[in-house]
Design a protein around this ligand. Structure first.
Ligand code: UD1
Length: 417
């Protein structure tokens, strides 16, 4: 089941309700470790990364039960934690176990989180920030060892508004003694969702969605229910697929407040949008206009996770576009595969791509090597003439609960075998 077959150039039409957000769900699942009581996480996406995270919670002694649209997690007690399982190191978000466990464990051991093909993905900001909270962190033979006699709240300035580091600090600060102030915090909606969940558990947090987050530590935390917001990256991927195929789609329960910069780009490409309450209707243009210059940025700028799918759609624009990747160092891995499908893309620097629109992309045998690059290949294949076979579905399954079925519901011819 690792291949996806796509027969392209069928305009997407119809409506869809979006899955829950991967990037919101993962830190929220880590946060369930902060209480021994039961938490119920509704709209939790059934994606590979979530299953892996739940598997790790299970290894830590949590009881996990899926029910209807959500998952019920009942906590555990712990003293010291060694999480030296190979699967921990493979998950980038496993670094969040530091923040989530140090409140109840005096010592936490983790394999150093591995990088992935989009770049080195260091964790120095996480380590420097946690070290300021009376945590001693060392790295020996690719193992991170964190020890504390009790975390203490601090005023911490982040040199870059890292999403993961902000989340890690929030998880730690709710259990620390006294007040923590995070300056230069990430403002991404997923950080806000984590903060809302922590508040539902009893934490005292101010400033969510701004660059300064204040947390009053030491409040007793209890079980809570939470609904994971819809996934803005999945929404964007399907809208770009609609643009590439010249269709019209309606997305229900879309996180429209968080998609402003993306909607701006869709309009620049000639897409017509109708936005009402939590629904967005997109009518693709007859001809896609190029995007003269776009750079990926921290929120509320254009999200790096939609850069690769956008690249695929811009291959079909009438004219030349320029895209600059500002967040990760190697996020143009998909370019050789798009070129194989007939795209004309020139990498002016490793992080700056010039896309010269072509009349047509054509089906080919291609291979995904990471999540969003894989989604970009699906978008390209839907807009290409003939059949495309995409290998590496497992990467796409990390973040899309049911990409083939969702797109089939919108009229696409797409199957996995
Ligand atoms: C990033 C994205 C996030 C996306 C997620 C999943 C941004 C700002 N972050 O979050 O929107 O949902 O990927 O794809 O767009 N960095 C360091 N040292 C650190 C931490 C990060 O140098 O300790 C660097 C990274 O290498 C990267 C940049 O900071 O170049 C962004 O990192 P960060 O926001 O932490 O990444 P994620 O939390 O993975």
């Amino acid at each position: 089941m690792d291949k996806i077959y796509v027969h392209g150039r069928i305009p997407l039409r119809g409506q869809l309700t979006l899955q829950g957000s991967k990037n919101a769900a993962l830190p929220i699942l880590a946060a369930t470790l902060l209480t021994e009581e039961t938490c119920v996480i509704h709209n939790c996406p059934k994606i590979v990364d979530v299953h892996q995270m739940l598997h790790l919670l299970g290894r830590l002694g949590c009881e996990i039960r899926w029910e209807n649209d959500g998952v019920r997690i009942t906590g555990r007690t712990c003293e010291g934690e060694s999480m030296l399982y190979p699967e921990v190191g493979q998950m980038r978000c496993s670094i969040l176990f530091l923040g989530a466990l140090l409140g109840s464990s005096k010592r936490v051991e983790l394999p150093y989180p591995g990088g992935c093909v989009i770049g080195k993905r260091p964790v120095d900001i996480h380590i420097d920030a946690l070290s300021k909270m009376n945590v001693d962190i060392s790295c020996k033979d690719d193992t991170l060892i964190a020890q504390t006699k009790g975390m203490i709240g601090e005023r911490i300035f982040l040199p870059f508004p890292s999403v993961g580091a902000t989340e890690n600090l929030m998880l730690a600060a709710v259990k620390a003694l006294g007040k923590t102030q995070i300056e230069g915090a990430a403002r991404e909606p997923e950080v806000v969702a984590l903060g809302q969940f922590l508040k539902a558990m009893g934490a005292r947090i101010r400033g969510l969605g701004s660059s300064t987050i204040e947390i009053e530590g030491g409040m007793p935390l209890h079980g809570a229910e939470f609904v994971v917001p819809a996934d803005r990256i999945v929404a964007g991927t399907y809208m770009l697929a609609c643009m590439s195929t010249g269709g019209n789609i309606l997305l229900n329960e879309a996180p429209i407040e968080d998609m402003g910069s993306f909607f701006h780009v869709i309009r620049e490409m000639g897409g017509s949008l109708q936005i009402e309450q939590q629904q967005v209707y997109l009518q693709a243009p007859k001809e896609i206009s190029p995007v003269l210059y776009l750079k990926t940025e921290v929120h509320p700028g254009f999200p790096t996770d939609l850069q690769s799918p956008l690249l695929s759609t811009l291959c079909l624009a009438k004219g030349e576009s320029c895209i600059q990747e500002n967040i990760f160092e190697q996020r143009f891995h998909v370019v050789p595969w798009l070129t194989q499908m007939g795209a004309k893309i020139e990498l002016l620097t490793p992080n700056l791509a010039r896309v010269i629109g072509v009349e047509m992309l054509k089906g080919a045998q291609v291979k995904a090597s990471e999540l969003r690059g894989g989604a970009a290949l699906v978008v390209a294949a839907l807009g290409a003439k003939g059949e495309t076979v995409i290998e590496g579905k497992k990467f796409i399954d990390r973040g899309y609960a049911n990409i083939c079925k969702d797109l089939r519901d919108l009229g696409a011819r797409i199957y996995s075998v």
